[in-house]
Design a protein around this ligand. Structure first.
Ligand SMILES: [Zn+2]
Length: 241
């Protein structure tokens, strides 16, 4: 059961490879610029998209897929899965899968990184691999590209799965506060990724999640978490993974 219910956080590998992942897109302005940056560093990435936006940009999806990046499922509209019913969860995954077809793969990243046992069982039922991460640097709230790039240099190692955002969305009913705490402006993230790849590009090769899984042993965790909306949310920004 451990093997089936664990969620993948990273990969144990001796090879100098890691995976950048970008959530909540695609975005009409930021995603194409990110693609240019990745291309200039010959880096590939994985995009965990929201179905409601993916369906609006078929040309962008084609460009992403043709550049060799992978596309995964981040639900239809970023609802937090522990807060909705099993039927709604499966409908969310199905609707996003349709929106990212024919390029999408059966990879799922839970909105906000939030998951409980029931939602994990639904992703298993939908035959999607749950891909979490072992590296994030707060790109959803930190406006300083130098600090973000520095944090990436420190935290990214061979086998890392890095969580970043090419857009930022929150579900208006379930997470009204996140909207005010998050930086929808992605300029700092774009600059930071460019700086980071300039610094580490010669030491690490950035590949897609399906490729990374072929380069070592996937590490799994029983990842069940629901972010409290109480005092913590006013003290520290909520992750919008
Ligand atoms: Zn997200």
């Amino acid at each position: 059961m451990r093997h089936f219910l664990g969620s993948i956080t990273d990969v144990a590998t001796m090879e100098p490879v890691a995976a950048l992942t970008f959530d909540d897109g695609p975005h009409a302005a930021y995603t194409p610029r990110l693609l240019d940056i990745l291309e200039s560093h010959q880096a590939r990435a994985t995009f965990f998209m929201l179905g409601q936006f993916a369906i609006q940009y078929p040309e962008l999806l084609r460009r992403i897929a043709q550049a060799g990046h992978a596309i995964g499922n981040h639900s239809w509209d970023h609802a937090s899965f522990p807060f909705i019913t099993s039927r709604q969860r499966r409908a969310q995954i199905r609707a996003c899968a349709r929106a990212i077809a024919p390029y999408g793969q059966r990879l799922f990243r839970p909105p906000y990184g939030e998951q409980n046992l029931a939602s994990r069982l639904d992703t298993l039922w939908m035959r999607h691999k749950v891909i979490l991460f072992n590296c994030e640097v707060g790109d959803w709230f930190d406006p300083d590209p130098h600090r973000l790039a520095e944090a990436l240099v420190k935290k990214v190692h061979p086998g890392s799965i890095v969580c970043l955002h090419d857009a930022l969305r929150s579900h208006p009913e379930l997470r009204p506060r996140v909207r005010h705490q998050s930086h929808a402006d992605r300029e700092a993230m774009l600059t930071a990724v460019d700086m980071f790849l300039t610094r580490v590009g010669s030491q690490l090769r950035f590949i897609t999640i399906p490729e990374l899984l072929q380069h070592g042993c996937p590490q799994r965790q029983h990842w069940y978490r629901v972010t409290p909306l109480g005092p913590r949310s006013s003290a520290a920004p909520l992750p919008s993974s």
